[in-house]
Ligand binder design. Structure first.
Ligand code: B16
Ligand code: MG
Length: 216
């Protein structure tokens, strides 16, 4: 089957919003007196806001009611959105602009597959508001990664079969979602050495040779 579409995770692949998520969760956790560090933060990659909060609350000294959880998630999202307002096109990760342009020149359809409900704001801030052929995000799904829904919807929006698409992900939950949906996957960053990924890369620019190899 010929590869026709590339689906990119957003946070940690296109833009380093992962650092902004960390800062916002850290502030919330510190205010609550809950221990939180970067290792715990890595477990939040790709999972939904409420699931992220549940992971952080594993270290809490008391139980939180569902109203308190909703309010903590809203507080974190408020802090996070303040940080998102500082984003500019310069915050695209290294190699992203040239890689996307190269893939587009080769005729691939390009999509976003992100768990984030802040995807439209992030894409606008980094100058990619109208760039992608399809955007599937936290606003159009009911199941978060590792469920494949977000990628299956992205493929559907591109009018392609999963077997015609490749998913690029920095989270193990995202690699598992891609596998579950029948996609080829490329792990980058923390997922570069994930043995469940089809390929692992250090720099996003390596994607061009991988797609050339698959379609040769
Ligand atoms: P929001 P991705 C994910 O984005 C993040 O990796 C994850 O840490 C976050 O909890 C999730 O989005 C939801 O984000 O609170 O903005 O809706 O990696 O799937 O692009
Ligand atoms: Mg990610």
């Amino acid at each position: 089957m010929k590869l026709k579409g590339i689906i990119f995770d957003l946070d940690g692949v296109i833009v380093s919003t992962d650092e902004l998520h960390y800062i916002a969760w850290k502030r919330m956790a510190d205010d609550e007196g809950i221990y939180f560090d970067r290792k715990i933060n890595d477990r939040l990659r790709g999972v939904s806001r409420m699931q992220s909060l549940e992971i952080i609350l594993e270290r809490a000294a008391r139980e939180y009611s569902s109203e308190e959880k909703t309010s903590l998630a809203e507080k974190k999202n408020g802090l996070y959105r303040e940080l998102l307002n500082t984003l500019t096109p310069r915050d695209r990760l290294n190699g992203v602009t040239e890689t996307l342009d190269n893939l587009r020149k080769r005729g691939f359809l390009l999509a976003i597959g992100s768990s984030s409900r802040n995807t439209p704001l992030i894409l606008e801030k980094i100058g990619y508001g109208d760039y992608f052929d399809a955007v599937s995000d936290g606003n159009n799904i009911t199941h978060s990664k590792p469920h494949p829904e977000v990628f299956l919807k992205a493929a559907q929006f591109l009018e392609l079969e999963p077997s015609e698409c490749l998913v690029v992900e920095d989270a193990e939950a995202g690699i598992d979602a891609a596998r579950a949906g029948g996609f080829i996957s490329v792990g980058i960053g923390p997922a570069a050495f994930c043995e469940r990924a089809t390929y692992g890369i250090k720099n996003i620019t390596e994607l061009v040779s991988i797609t050339d190899f698959i379609n040769c």
